[in-house]
Design a protein around this ligand. Sequence first.
Ligand code: NAP
Length: 340
Amino acid sequence: MSTLFARLKDVASPTIGLGCMNLSHGYGTPVPEPEALRALDAAFEMGYRHFDTATLYGATANERLVGRAFQGKRHQVLLASKCGMAIDPEIGKKVVDGRPDTIRHQCEASLQRLRTDHLDVYYLHRLDRQVPIEESVGALGRLVQEGKIRAVGLSEVSATTLRRANAEHPVAVVQSEYSLWTRNPEIALIDACRTLGIALVAFSPLGRGFLTGTVKEPASLEESDMRRNMPRFSDENYPRNLSLLTDFTAIAQELGVTPGQLALAWLKAQGDDIIPIPGSRSSAHMRENLAAEDIRLAPETVVRLNTMMTPDQVAGGRYSDAQQAEIDTEEFAASETSTG
Ligand SMILES: NC(=O)c1ccc[n+]([C@@H]2O[C@H](COP(=O)([O-])OP(=O)(O)OC[C@H]3O[C@@H](n4cnc5c(N)ncnc54)[C@H](OP(=O)(O)O)[C@@H]3O)[C@@H](O)[C@H]2O)c1
């Protein structure tokens, strides 16, 4: 049972949620709408109840899709969306904007597209380095008071920013990349979340497909697939990273599970407050991922896995330099604090 769900909604839910982005954004040509609706319908039928989208995804197309899919089932699902990063229709480019007016305006638009009068979680997708976090989170807090959102979320923030934000208005959930090959939240963020009683939603829990062992040749990915610009998937780094999968895949085989399920089970073993949201365009993969809900790893297996893909063994950064510049880090937060 998801701790996030238990806190926010009176409906039973598996811990594992569904990342809806992939149907419209980031992983090649968007899935045609009838097929995408069928996939979301199947996801609901197989038991998913927590669905993650954002203003950004597909330049708002993903929110429209999710809104259409869960019309009539609204009270049975936890809808999480994000603001503060969007495609500017005039320039066709991604813009980070965490100003209070923008947040309010984007929330109204998200509600319309998602065909609902409230969101269960609304995240600030990225910290806007031009806007103090207190101002952005203050705007989200006012949306809570007005009943437009149930809970405030933050995405990709440092522990320092999280503490500042939470002092302004309680934060219910942080969303960060977390998987066996991306352990950044273990440095400080998970501790901060636990101290403050905040859930951690783990995005890209399958290492953007890497941990499933099915991505053999990044060069064969579609031209528009975002992984083509990610250093870990480069011609130089990917073969080195693939070699880390040999022992991992062997453990999955020993346990009679798929590598993707092992990756999700490892995350679940990190604590009840860690909520993985694997993304997929395929109902078969969605089903396989949800089945990881019932896998319990022995403590000694978790220890073996912990040492199998340590940060110094993984080749390449998780983001390109341009994307990394958008990310809040402890170094940036410290410089902000010292300069006031
Ligand atoms: N807050 C943020 O900044 C942020 C950033 C990125 C993502 N997210 C959220 O997190 C969600 C998940 O992240 P993600 O999609 O980037 O990464 P992910 O879940 O780690 O991996 C997705 C990739 O794994 C593949 N896959 C999924 N299940 C599989 C299975 N059972 N067997 C083989 N391949 C499988 C998918 O391909 P198929 O489609 O073929 O299954 C896709 O290529 C997104 O949908 C989005 O909602 C948030």
